[in-house]
Design a protein around this ligand. Structure first.
Ligand code: BES
Ligand code: MN
Length: 457
């Protein structure tokens, strides 16, 4: 073990260069013009795993390729599936970046670029730790199977087919994913729950084409007004979602979870100030942590209608559209909710307009067993690399593969986040602490040994 840690310590500058090279590749999965870049990033990760001594395969899908790599020479030892993603969110708005999104720069102890924390930097910690084990000892204490995909940021739509088709080949005792965050600086965390998601688009169609608002305004339903009303009716004044049946399947928080959350250090003024607002909002009777980690939501992500160019233009727009996502908690079903949401919007749409509903993607929420030996191994590994016991937390984000791994391979996922919630993931000026990049790599190296020690099977 010591020789592995020494190798990683000596390799720190080279590790940062590897991360920088990967960050220079603009692998934006949502934008079709970036398709060749997305493939380039896949090949970069594949080549790194191959030259580290793993058997690799670039698996083609209907969308972006999946990088598969394995090392299976630890007889009678557990097998861990390591998942990550090499795709990134679009870098917009570009003018808000201090240094360009795909020109990684070191500043204030952090590396700044799109994907620095989500998920290229975090994913690489496991690639680097496995490489260091093989380089310094010629072996690993456990078996590993890497699945690094390129469609996480667009809903992992082609991953299920791969997981189903390769079910036998992928069989493992647990999964490890570093694509979440620590609780706060100096408080590393294991995330034992994630929210699921339903993503959809609602279009309200009105007159055949835009109309003069003086000649027709007041006598024809305005689709923008109608959509605003529909969106307004999604919540009551207490912040509760009004879609019929929305809370029916929600798994309630237990008292012990509520007290666990309440025991975490949390400064609500600081929390709101960190995002530039003076007050919070949300479902009555729940704390900010409960609202964002373990209660379902319904949020508009974007609205479009009518004239948006310079100066005024007096029209009744022909249509209006909103992109909506609901975050789900365990036991809620995305497709079932899509049907209720569509019915709610259709039933409440005023005459003179009609609703078109497009269901985009969805995945269920997840809560892991916190008493497993894998959890104990992760706690010990984090303690030795970060010097602190990790907090047990949930998170409001979604990682679709986690529920699928449970469903198809019947394994739990250890969510070991090395980033911070303030790393600006999905926002301008994304960054990742170089110290945490290194500590995460050390924790990963320790984890393989801790899992072997416990013979987690
Ligand atoms: N890494 C994030 C999710 C995340 C971040 C979870 C921090 C917990 C803490 C991931 O890449 C992500 O953003 N996922 C999408 C999934 C969606 C497109 C299906 C999300 O949550 O919006
Ligand atoms: Mn991610």
């Amino acid at each position: 073990m010591d020789v592995v840690l020494a190798t990683l310590n000596a390799n720190q500058p080279a590790a940062l260069e590897t991360l920088k090279s990967l960050l220079r590749i603009p692998s934006v999965s949502a934008i079709s013009a970036h398709k060749p870049d997305v493939r380039h990033a896949a090949e970069f990760v594949l080549n790194h795993l191959a030259s580290s001594g793993l058997t690799t395969e670039l698996v083609e899908t209907a969308g972006h390729p999946i990088v598969y790599a394995e090392w299976l020479k630890a007889a009678n030892a557990p097998t861990v599936l390591i998942y990550g993603h090499y795709d990134v969110q679009p870098p917009d708005p570009l003018d808000k970046w201090v240094t360009p999104a795909f020109e990684p720069t070191v500043r204030d102890g952090c590396i700044w670029a799109r994907g620095a924390t989500d998920d290229k930097g975090q994913m690489l910690t496991h690639v680097l730790s496995v490489a260091a084990w093989l380089k310094s000892t010629g072996k690993l204490p456990i078996n590993v199977k890497f699945v690094i995909e390129g469609e996480e940021e667009v809903g992992s739509e082609n991953l299920d087919k791969f997981l189903n088709e390769r079910k036998e080949q992928l069989r493992s005792d647990a999964a490890v994913v570093s694509d979440t965050s620590q609780y706060a600086p100096g408080i590393p965390a294991i995330t034992y729950g994630l929210r699921g998601i339903l993503a959809c688009e609602v279009r309200v169609h009105g007159p055949r084409q835009d109309l003069h608002s003086g000649l027709f305004g007041g006598a024809v339903t305005n689709p923008a007004n109608a959509l605003a009303r529909l969106i307004g009716s999604l919540h009551d004044s207490q912040g509760r979602v009004q879609i019929p049946g929305f809370y029916d399947d929600v798994q309630a928080l237990t008292e012990s979870e509520r007290s666990g959350f309440a025991a975490l250090p949390f400064n609500s003024d600081g929390f709101y100030a960190s995002v530039g607002v003076k007050a919070g909002w949300g479902e009555a009777d729940f704390t900010a942590i409960e609202r964002s980690w373990a209660r379902p939501t319904c949020d508009v992500n974007g609205m479009t209608s009518g004239y948006q160019g310079e100066g005024p233009k007096t029209i009744i727009p022909s249509w209006a559209s909103a992109k909506i996502t609901c975050r789900l908690v365990p036991n809620q079903d995305a497709h079932k909710l899509a049907i209720s949401l569509k019915e709610f919007l259709t039933a409440n749409c005023p005459p003179g307009c009609c609703v078109e509903f497009i269901e985009q993607h969805g995945c269920p929420g997840f809560v892991a067993d916190t008493s497993s030996p894998f959890m104990a191994a992760a706690k010990a590994a984090i303690k030795s690399a970060f010097g602190t016991e990790p907090a047990l937390i949930r998170s409001g984000g979604s990682i679709p593969v986690v529920a699928t791994l449970k469903q198809i391979l019947d394994i739990d996922t250890l969510l070991l986040g090395w980033g911070q919630t303030t790393d600006n993931l999905h926002s301008p000026n994304e960054h990742f602490s170089i110290a945490d990049f290194h500590k995460g790599t050390l924790a990963s190296a320790c984890l393989w040994q801790e899992i072997a020690n416990r013979a987690c099977l």
